[in-house]
Design a protein around this ligand. Structure first.
Ligand code: NAG
Ligand code: NAG
Ligand code: NAG
Ligand code: NAG
Ligand code: NAG
Ligand code: NAG
Ligand code: NAG
Ligand code: NAG
Ligand code: NAG
Ligand code: NAG
Ligand code: NAG
Length: 592
């Protein structure tokens, strides 16, 4: 935490005014230096929060804002692989990937229940989005799959999955055939939305000209030693305080909050933060969630709960009866509220509205629309794909190589076998000569010439392909379609059947022609050669998304404001003051 004080100082007003983006202390970014990045080796992040190398272990995402429940204390990761090492999964390195072809499950087990909202998977080349399955065990010991599964494609190799789980979870098992290509796993524990928000308390304690203001509980410094001036403290002067003694945080915009972490002071008097009452309230001051502290105080409170309602205000009220001094007190060395933007908004400040295509709900980090896999109606995902379609929002057609053009709605794999191909479910190998139909299980009619036939329809093949490929298909002399029914008594019917047969044969010839002109696509990638459907998925994945740079998403308005803030902020020689200044200008009092 000491590095918070290592500052980059602006030496001249000119330098600062000409700088488009804020010069923040090391570890901070944003137009008002209001966000804390978590870069490896305490490195300086850029103005978008991007680290020069990677995040501190335990953090991920843009600006390393999200705490990772995969590596949090008390999380235990195991896999079905022979090697017990899982470092390839949690090292934040997309070049270290699973090497065990038999890997078929990854288990994360926690020593306490955590809220689950979304997770991020990164794969070697392309993410086979349809081939993961998730099984959650809740605090109540129930098992759930990924309910109302949504996914957002972050980039070519990164996909986020969101599931609706009402209860906190103690275990997650990931299975599915795509595991073999997995490189990294992150499970979102939310981001700290309390940081530098507007804090107030019922009265501020002042000692030796130092005031222990409410904002010290959301300054990002959890140092529990009160005399380092990193903790808030309510006043001990009776007259100045209007009971109840309380500390209140008002968020700029409502956020969904699932994890609350409170650091008590540790040098003395920690007992004061016991029996307290904590309340989160929505925008109408209705209670969303409440909690009463234990009789015996803790140094750190970790409160995990699964909440859906956005919170605007949180209040901590002291109730511990004091004998001397008379007043109860609230002292908070840090309050972390882990959560995310309320539905319909996204971005670091949750100020950007979701795109019109998904106005009610989008991925809160990037603003991308969530999509349904196997369902046609994002983001609700309640109407399954129509027959013959599959994939993200059912945007892909099943392959005509599939029997009846029927395929799995999630993976696109032929689910009723092949038609004209011999290797279900991939259906990439054409029928051998003399075979046709469903999985190539039919013999061509022996009366076909050379006993060969069209492998999809079973119709006899043309003897003269040169004729078939001429432009005058309609007037081509049609070879005997051996499979056609024998002529019935009615000549009219016979003619009709004849015409239909001619058309069918022409169609067949046309398909042969097309087939020869466009041989079936074969994968160049040796990995994909055995995975026909894999390739297919990747292609559709590319089609359906426009990849943009990962850090495109910082609100441009935010950046514009930066220069204004910087230009108008007077310089201060004290590094400490300099750090505080951006925050001060951020509070309503200073906006006026
Ligand atoms: C107070 O903060 C300083 C600077 O960060 C640190 O060196 C010192 O150890 C802290 N004191 C205590 C008691 O934590
Ligand atoms: C949860 O279920 C497992 C097996 O079904 C059982 O062994 C375990 O004791 C249960 N735990 C609780 C807290 O009920
Ligand atoms: C979650 O809660 C909602 C509302 O209480 C309910 O409709 C839904 O069925 C629950 N889902 C699960 C998986 O328990
Ligand atoms: C508090 O500040 C005032 C004025 O700045 C000064 O006169 C006084 O000595 C200070 N007191 C302490 C205890 O630092
Ligand atoms: C909520 O309470 C605060 C203070 O208690 C008050 O200022 C605010 O107007 C209230 N909001 C609503 C919507 O009642
Ligand atoms: C609280 O602490 C006291 C003294 O350490 C102990 O006797 C008591 O059992 C504790 N109560 C609880 C509920 O843990
Ligand atoms: C705990 O808080 C309640 C009110 O929430 C109060 O009535 C009670 O006296 C408090 N107990 C102690 C030991 O402070
Ligand atoms: C899927 O098929 C329909 C008609 O069958 C066609 O309009 C649509 O363009 C096809 N979509 C793709 C992605 O090929
Ligand atoms: C293919 O479709 C036909 C007609 O719609 C049906 O009779 C047949 O059972 C289907 N085949 C399979 C394997 O589902
Ligand atoms: C074709 O293959 C699929 C998948 O292996 C199988 O389910 C189906 O029964 C087979 N159909 C025939 C007619 O062989
Ligand atoms: C083969 O074709 C002949 C003549 O078109 C027909 O009579 C016979 O039933 C067909 N055999 C099979 C197995 O389809």
């Amino acid at each position: 935490m000491g590095l918070l004080f290592k500052l980059i100082l602006c030496f001249t007003v000119l330098t600062c005014a000409s700088s488009v983006l804020a010069q923040c202390p090391v570890g901070w970014f944003g137009s008002k230096c209001q966000y804390m990045c978590h870069c490896e080796s305490d490195a300086h992040c850029d103005s978008y929060g991007q680290c020069p190398t990677k995040c501190i272990a335990g953090w991920f995402g843009q600006g390393c804002q999200y705490e990772d429940l995969t590596t949090i204390d008390g999380a235990l990761i195991s896999t079905s692989a022979v090697s017990s090492s899982t470092s390839w999964l949690t090292d934040q390195d997309v070049t270290t990937c699973n090497e065990d072809p038999s890997l078929n499950s990854i288990t994360v087990q926690w020593d306490r229940p955590y809220p689950f909202t979304w997770l991020r998977l990164q794969a070697k080349t392309s993410t086979a989005i349809g081939q993961f399955e998730f099984l959650f065990t809740t605090n109540g010991n129930k098992s759930y799959n990924c309910i109302n599964q949504l996914l957002a494609i972050v980039d070519t190799t990164t996909v986020d999955y969101r599931c609706d789980i009402n209860d906190t979870v103690t275990r997650l098992i990931i299975t599915g055939s795509s595991l073999y290509s997995v490189c990294s796993l992150y499970i979102s524990g939310g981001r700290n939305v309390a940081l530098k928000q507007t804090a107030q308390q019922s009265g501020t304690y002042v000692f030796a000209n130092i005031s222990y203001s409410a904002s010290l509980a959301v300054d990002g410094d959890a140092n529990p030693y009160f005399h380092n001036n990193t903790c808030s403290h309510t006043t001990d002067i009776l007259q100045e305080s209007v009971p109840p003694v309380s500390w209140t945080l008002t968020l700029d915009t409502p956020r969904v909050i699932n994890r609350i972490k409170i650091y008590n002071r540790a040098d003395c008097c920690s007992y004061r933060l016991s029996n307290f009452s904590l309340e989160t309230m929505d925008i109408n001051n209705h209670t969303v969630w409440s909690y009463v502290g234990p009789v015996n105080a803790s140094l750190v409170y970790e409160l995990n709960t699964m909440q859906q309602e956005p919170v605007k205000t949180i209040r901590i009220i002291a109730t511990k009866i004091e004998v001397n001094p008379i007043l109860p007190m609230v002292t908070l060395c840090e309050v972390f509220l882990f959560g995310d933007c309320e539905p319909g908004t996204w971005g670091l400040g949750c100020t950007s509205p979701c795109p019109t295509e998904c106005r009610d709900f989008c991925q809160q980090e990037s603003g991308k629309c969530f999509k349904c896999l196997g369902y046609v109606d994002p983001p609700r995902c309640t109407t399954a794909c129509l027959p013959n379609t599959w994939g993200i929002n059912c945007q892909s057609n099943c392959s005509s190589s599939c029997q009846n053009t029927s395929c799995d709605k999630l993976t696109g794999v032929c689910d009723k076998g092949c038609n004209g191909y011999s290797n279900p479910p991939a259906c990439t190998v054409e029928c051998a000569s003399g075979k046709w139909g469903h999985n190539c299980s039919y013999e061509c009619n022996s009366s076909c010439i050379r006993q060969t036939c069209e492998r999809v329809t079973g119709l006899c093949q043309s003897t003269s392909e040169n004729t078939a490929t001429t432009a005058s298909l309609a007037t081509t002399v049609v070879p005997d379609p051996c499979n056609c029914p024998s002529l019935g008594p009615g000549i009219g019917i016979g003619i009709a059947i004849g015409v239909v047969s001619i058309v069918l044969v022409d169609v067949a010839i046309y398909f042969i022609f097309i087939k020869r002109r466009q041989p079936p696509a074969t994968a160049n990638d040796p990995v994909d050669k055995t995975q026909g459907t894999q390739l297919q998925q990747y292609d559709s994945l590319k089609e359906n998304t426009q990849y943009k740079p990962h850090y495109e998403t910082v609100d441009p308005i935010d950046i514009d404001k930066t220069s204004v803030t910087q230009g108008s902020t007077s310089m201060n020689s004290s590094p400490y003051e300099n750090e505080i200044a951006p925050y001060e200008s951020y509070s309503p009092k200073h906006k006026k």
